[in-house]
Design a binder for this molecule. Structure first.
Ligand code: SF4
Length: 758
């Protein structure tokens, strides 16, 4: 009976939900009566009401019961504070917390981890005690990065995972639907409430052929990003199909799923394959592989279902070149043969100041074996890397496995700095004294994201993302206009050295589990006695006060705090790096609000500045926002395109709410951020006429009319009045609130509404 198979080796009392999913799938089949895509099968079999729920991709909202929740440390403080303030006794579904984002990379694994444990002692103790109190599995510092741990231990074919991190689609490599959400969405799921998702469309990506030479799975997603842009996956699940799929390993598919977040995708999926079964076997989960093999109808698409994809693109692996994407955006895609030209034309800094390999995106056995193979080739030619070279392993398990295989020794001998199994430079936690802030420089990495300041907080850093093997080869040339497929590197013997394309096994025969850094939740009777401490004097943790309910007319005559121009990711709205320290303290972290955003009203001022509409004083955006808040003045923010793209951090929504913003009007929002804003009782609105953005002037005030009568699908009117000349004009704005979400707005937040319903 496959219903008796434990979901993971850490949760022997929670079983794979296949019997229930099969029941739901039958009901969905009866309703839709046609071949089903894999996305439809997995998503709709998790519907709360498969018989009756409205299924209209791009239109309706789905209410779903996920199988599990995962939260990383940078979001966990706020998520737990919200969970605690909802007054719920324990999580209703399997939940884990992972300590990965807070660890700073500087000197190397041991020293960095020791420093993190001291610096974040209070936060780690809070997370450990709150996990124990509320029946949550806690992964201690050093255990690894959220997505890698999930993939190695918890991902199962056909499951639905919500993670408070945009790269949760990493689970695609195990035919699991991983979806990135904000912390308050995570709280809904933890509380056992239906979790809502706009019903996604499907982008089919047909793979043909087989990767050769230097090309890797990373190049598939780097190429796709170039084809469809950072918004190409918005509102869609990216579903891979075609004969090329079976040539990929499970971790290679995870890399693609992981980086699908960079095209704005809701999620990503690969059909269950031999490679996934092999991965389950070597990660001590042969029982899950067996159960999956008994449920193939659930975890592979129906024949002929590809005609139900909303769009299809095709990638031929036979001819796919390695890609290097960047700088500053992951969709600026360069086939390797054309990078040198682009570097010269754009005057990007040619000398590489660092090469970084690893992270949750690319630290698989296959990746690390390729890297060490290239290092051995170079060592045999007497070469050392010309740039500082860092490797971050994704988890203690892969670290221990790579150590046992000898890969890490090869790296150390080449002068590589092995970082701890945490996010580090991938997320701005990189203390690098070698480059002064502001100095233009280039880095290459095997990470997934390259927004401004993403690694080191330096806006002058031009970041390029690529595969681990290309990042390794480039470390030896030290130059961005290098092409290892054709270029040689001079050696001291005078004989030029040329790399042979890397080779690797897909998997080891067995994974080492490494040091046990997991804290299981205690039995419930013991858990109830656990005390969760929050010191009132703490500058790291602060109890949440509920936001005020909507007040009539509070969206009238709003001054504009800032008119954002250009890219405004969650890194621009709530930067990471040193600000991670305050993720559990809303008042303190609000001092970073929009400090990375460019203000169209102040073109000659640095990003992050605003002008007070009454005093005319120019200061940091959060400073001006606090002045409005102190004076009881509500205000709005004008955003630009795809506002809030990037990470799932809900601080980007909590901060403007806390500092008194009422509405954000933009030409478009990233999905997770828009939901986060709605959950915090804000009004995210989009211009019905995108040209209206250009008409907004510095001395304008904005009124959103009729908010108290807001209805699903009905546009609102926005009146713009110029304070100086008194001129007025009106335009229509769209909102995406459905009837079930409108009470969030009126109650002041989704949490307020949940509490009122208890
Ligand atoms: Fe951490 Fe980077 Fe992975 Fe995000 S993408 S979980 S920051 S390693």
């Amino acid at each position: 009976d496959v219903g008796d198979v434990a979901m993971s080796r850490f949760e022997s009392d929670k079983y794979l939900p296949y019997p229930h999913l099969q029941q739901s799938l039958k009901r969905i089949r009866r309703r839709l009566d046609r071949p089903l895509t894999l996305s439809e099968k997995i998503l709709y079999s998790h519907l709360c009401e498969p018989d009756t729920q409205d299924i209209q991709p791009g239109k309706s909202f789905l209410k779903l019961y996920p199988d599990r929740v995962a939260i990383h440390d940078a979001n966990a403080t706020m998520a737990l504070l919200q969970f605690m303030s909802a007054g719920i006794d324990k999580v209703a579904i399997p939940t884990t917390i992972h300590t990965d984002h807070l660890t700073m990379a500087e000197k190397g694994a041991d020293a960095d981890l020791a420093a993190a444990k001291i610096k974040h002692k209070e936060v780690f103790a809070f997370l450990a005690s709150a996990s124990a109190r509320y029946n949550i599995g806690f992964w201690k510092p050093g255990s690894g990065i959220i997505h890698t741990i999930l993939f190695e231990n918890y991902a199962f074919p056909g499951g639905l995972l919500v993670g408070t991190d945009s790269h949760t689609p990493n689970a695609a490599g195990m035919a699991m639907l991983g979806i990135g959400v904000g912390g308050s969405d995570g709280v809904d799921a933890m509380a056992g409430m239906p979790w809502e998702l706009p019903c996604p469309k499907t982008l089919g990506v047909r793979l043909t052929g087989r990767l050769t030479g230097w090309a890797s799975s990373k190049d598939i997603i780097c190429k796709l990003a170039g084809m469809v842009s950072v918004t190409g996956g918005t509102g869609k699940i990216v579903e891979f199909f075609g004969p090329g799929v079976s040539t990929l390993g499970a971790t290679a598919m995870a890399t693609i799923g992981n980086m699908s977040a960079e095209i704005g995708a809701t999620s990503c999926l690969f059909p269950y394959s031999r490679a996934m079964g092999n991965y389950l076997d070597v990660t001590h989960r042969a029982n899950i592989a067996h159960a999956a093999s008994q449920n193939l109808n659930l975890i592979t698409p129906d024949e002929g279902s590809d005609r139900y994809y909303d769009d299809i693109v095709e990638i031929d692996l036979d001819t796919l070149e390695p890609h290097i994407n960047g700088p500053y955006t992951p969709d600026l895609s360069h086939p390797m043969s054309q990078l040198a030209k682009a570097v010269n034309e754009n005057n990007w800094p040619k000398n590489l100041s660092a090469s970084l390999v690893g992270s949750c995106t690319n630290s698989s056995y296959e990746d690390l074996m390729k890297v060490s193979g290239l290092l051995q080739q170079a060592a045999a030619a007497g070469l050392k890397p010309r740039t500082p070279f860092f490797v971050s392993t994704g988890s203690e398990q892969i670290r221990a496995t790579a150590e046992a295989a000898g890969f890490l020794d090869i790296m150390r001998n080449a002068g590589v700095t092995i970082l701890s199994s945490s996010c580090g430079p991938c997320v701005g936690q990189w203390n690098r004294p070698d480059i002064p802030k502001g100095e233009p420089n280039s880095v290459i990495s095997s990470f997934n994201r390259n927004f401004t300041g993403r690694h080191d907080g330096n806006p002058g850093t031009h970041s390029f993302v690529t595969s681990p093997e290309i990042a390794t080869a480039f470390a030896f040339s030290g130059l961005l206009d290098f092409n290892p497929a054709i270029d040689s590197i001079p050696t001291s013997s005078g004989k030029p050295f040329k790399f042979a394309a890397p080779a690797s096994d897909e998997l080891p025969t067995n994974f080492s589990t490494g040091v046990d850094l997991y804290q299981p939740p205690p039995p419930f009777a013991e858990a109830r006695k656990v005390f969760v401490a929050i010191e009132p004097s703490s500058d790291r943790l602060q109890k949440l006060e509920p936001f005020a309910a909507w007040k009539k007319d509070q969206a009238l005559d709003l001054p504009i705090l800032v008119k954002v121009k250009g890219k405004c990711t969650t890194d621009h709205i709530s930067p990471a790096g040193p600000w991670y320290d305050y993720r559990g303290h809303l008042d303190n972290i609000s001092n970073n609000m929009l400090t990375g955003a460019t203000n169209d009203f102040l073109p000659s001022h640095p990003p992050g500045t605003a002008q007070h509409v009454s005093s005319g004083v120019v200061d940091a955006i959060p400073v001006i926002a606090r002045q409005y808040k102190a004076a009881g003045i509500n205000y709005c923010i004008i955003g630009h395109n795809n506002y809030g793209e990037g990470s799932s951090r809900e601080h980007a929504a909590l901060e403007p709410r806390f500092l008194g913003a009422v509405a954000i009007v933009a030409n478009g929002f990233a999905r997770i951020h828009e939901t986060n804003l709605k959950k915090q009782g804000m009004l995210p609105l989009t211009f019905a006429d995108p040209e209206a953005w250009g008409r907004i002037k510095k001395d304008d005030t904005v009124s959103i009319l009729g908010v108290e009568q807001i209805k699903q699908g009905k546009q609102l009117k926005m009146r713009v009045r110029n304070r100086k000349d008194g001129s007025e004009w009106e335009t229509l704005v769209n909102h995406s609130f459905h009837e079930g979400q409108i009470p969030w707005l009126m109650s002041g937040s989704a949490l307020n509404y949940i509490k009122s319903q208890k």
